[in-house]
Write a protein that binds this ligand. Structure first.
Ligand code: APR
Ligand code: PHB
Length: 390
């Protein structure tokens, strides 16, 4: 098989790139290790920056997002029994975020891809990018007992943190930066109305908590837990009790409880790989970087990578210019590092660190107190939260 752009990974990064390329008349093939239902079964984030919403519209895949997404003009931070409102729209000249699940983004893009008749190979084993340091790269994979080959002009690794693309790069060509946090997030999903109409990020001596949602009838809640904890230790009742303990009464009393249908513990990590281009192989999304979920940046960074990369491919094919492709890694990393900083900052400010001494705790408390009390600091928080410009 031969294509112009071979994409490894059918998550939001790969699907968004594929759809934009298809609309621009650039042939592309998607290869994933697993199948559609498996991908759609993953529970992931759900806060979209305005830039990402605009890209879904550009991809002509925003019908459901525009109909069912919940625009949010702000959120609350809970501290010492009180709520402090962050007026995102007021602080950023009217910018806002939209609540819409990553699972739904993925499904909408998959539906478009199927309608486009673009080639997707699911359940492909041992996917491997080859010869990307030379003029004629290709991908090998195994399926149904046979080995297959896709020749391409370019390969894009959108295969997530554990994917094959970054691992195919010789270690000496790659620099990585990492921070692993000493706690995880226990998440619960339930078909109950959210406690409030906006998100609440809670700081408490017992640990961080977050009230989020997927819709007006589906809530997503999180609790900071030690890395040594296990989801089996948490009955639904124990979760709801602990959540109420960490939140002001006005939020706790408004929580509607119900049976969970998903409960899991996720570790928190910051990670960046540099550069994001190796000859004719490009990395995008989680394949190149991870943020802790506190600033809701993971999915949005995938979208900004695809913005820069798609512009590069379009210029390569339509205008015979490689200037944007040549600038991809530097442009993407400049925005990524700012989001890494923001996610790290939100995480350190709002969580409880067991190894903190009394000085460290006071500093974290002062950081948050200052942020809440200063219009300049709240503006900095808001402009990062709604998303820095592309
Ligand atoms: N070969 C082929 N496909 C692979 C391989 C592999 N070796 N490894 C992983 N994949 C596939 C996965 O099955 C998945 O469908 O690559 C896809 C990667 O998707 P995501 O992990 O969702 O990554 P990305 O598309 O970059 O989306 C970023 O996802 O993890 C969240 O916080 C993150 O919200 C952000 C978003
Ligand atoms: C979520 O709804 O899953 C969510 C929302 C905001 C975050 C992180 C996760 O910061």
């Amino acid at each position: 098989m031969r294509t112009q752009v071979a994409i490894i990974g059918s998550g939001p990064s790969g699907l968004l790139l594929g759809r934009l390329l298809t609309l621009a008349g650039i042939d592309n093939v998607l290869v994933d290790r697993v199948g559609r239902d498996y991908i759609l079964g993953r529970v992931r984030a759900g806060v979209l920056e305005q830039g990402m919403v605009e890209m879904m519209r550009e991809a002509q895949a925003a019908e459901s997002l525009d109909a069912h997404g919940l625009p949010h003009d702000g959120f609350d931070i809970a501290l010492n029994g009180a709520l402090h409102h962050i007026d995102l729209a007021g602080l950023t000249g009217g910018r806002r975020v939209t609540i819409y699940g990553q699972t739904e983004v993925t499904r909408d893009l998959m539906d478009k891809r199927e309608a486009d008749g673009a080639t997707t190979i699911y359940d492909a084993a041992h996917v491997s990018p080859r010869d990307f340091g030379r003029a004629h790269p290709w991908i090998s994979y195994e399926k149904d007992g046979a080995t297959h080959r896709i020749d391409a002009d370019f390969i894009v690794g959108c295969d997530g943190f554990h994917g094959a693309s970054r691992k195919a790069v010789p270690p000496k060509s790659l620099q990585t930066f990492e921070r692993v946090y000493p706690f995880g997030w226990l998440g619960l999903l339930a078909d109950v109305p959210p406690a409030r109409h906006e998100l609440v990020y809670g700081k408490h001596a017992r640990g961080f908590s977050l009230c989020s949602m997927r819709s007006t009838t589906r809530s997503r809640y999180y609790l900071q837990v030690p890395l040594t904890d296990h989801v089996e230790n948490w009955s639904d009742a124990a979760f709801w009790d602990e959540l109420r303990r960490r939140l002001p009464a006005e939020v706790g009393d408004a929580i509607v409880t119900g049976p969970s249908f998903e409960k899991s513990i996720a570790p928190l990590r910051s990670f960046v790989a540099e550069p994001m281009r190796f000859g004719r192989l490009f990395l995008a999304g989680d394949a190149a970087h991870i943020v802790p979920p506190t600033g809701a940046k993971g999915l949005n960074l995938a979208a900004s990578d695809i913005r820069y990369l798609f512009d590069g491919f379009r210029e390569h094919y339509a205008e015979k210019s490689d200037a944007s492709l040549a600038a991809y890694s530097e442009r993407a990393l400049s925005r990524i590092w700012k989001a890494e900083r923001f996610s790290w900052w939100m995480t350190t400010m709002l969580h409880t660190f067991a190894e903190d001494d009394a000085f460290g705790r006071r500093i974290h408390d002062a950081e948050l107190a200052y942020t809440l009390s200063s219009t300049a600091a709240r503006t900095a928080l808001a402009e990062n939260y709604v998303g820095l410009p592309y």
